[in-house]
Design a binder for this molecule. Sequence first.
Ligand SMILES: [Zn+2]
Length: 246
Amino acid sequence: MNDLSRFANHYWFKYKRAGACSELRGRVCIQVVFVSSPNAPWSERSQNDFWKIAFDAREILLSQARHYGVPLEIDFRGLVMNVPAGQEHNFVPYLPSFFHRPTLAQAQDYYKDYYSCDEAPIIFVVNADGRSYAQNDKRGDMWDYDEMSVLRRPFCPGLFMHELLHQYGAQDYYFPAWLTNLAAQYAPTSVMLSGSYHDIDEVSAYLIGWTSRLSARSQWFLEQTLCITEESHRRALEEEWKKKVY
Ligand SMILES: [Zn+2]
């Protein structure tokens, strides 16, 4: 049985194909923007260390895409964006002049055409400790930008995957506590539960366009999460952000 119509109003389904990117397949060209400031600089050596992590993340993504029978190629392009001292966490105001475009969505479209690829997600990396995140203007989050990912130290392949998958519509499983517990039963090694893991569970695979079928177990997980609303998500997100201060 694969009738998913009862989940049509599931909060997560609203974001399927609604992130910055629609489906993680085909030729993907990831733009990695090293946000560099005098107090959080990106030396050549630190950029190389980051690329090792990005390449590991790519290997894992490609092998999981093969498992789902999804054609996927990932290329990377690196850019360095210099910002004034102390502005490495507040780089958003510098984006329009950096990209010569008023929005990130337009910058992505430019790269998509320029590299003739299916998607050109943009990932910002800040060489300082902090919380990593992705955000989506369709949720009314902080800024008037399309969904973007921001990675901060400590970097690891799972973190790279987690934030990239958000841009394709995958959802967090690690808060609030009841969802963490539920997801730990459903997919204990899902990358959406923690960046220490690398598995793309079936519900995440569905949201990023890797499968159209969901097992009974995945449908059970969706049933248990039907209660999530825009409002409950927003409250949980606010609580989550209060927890750890860097
Ligand atoms: Zn997340």
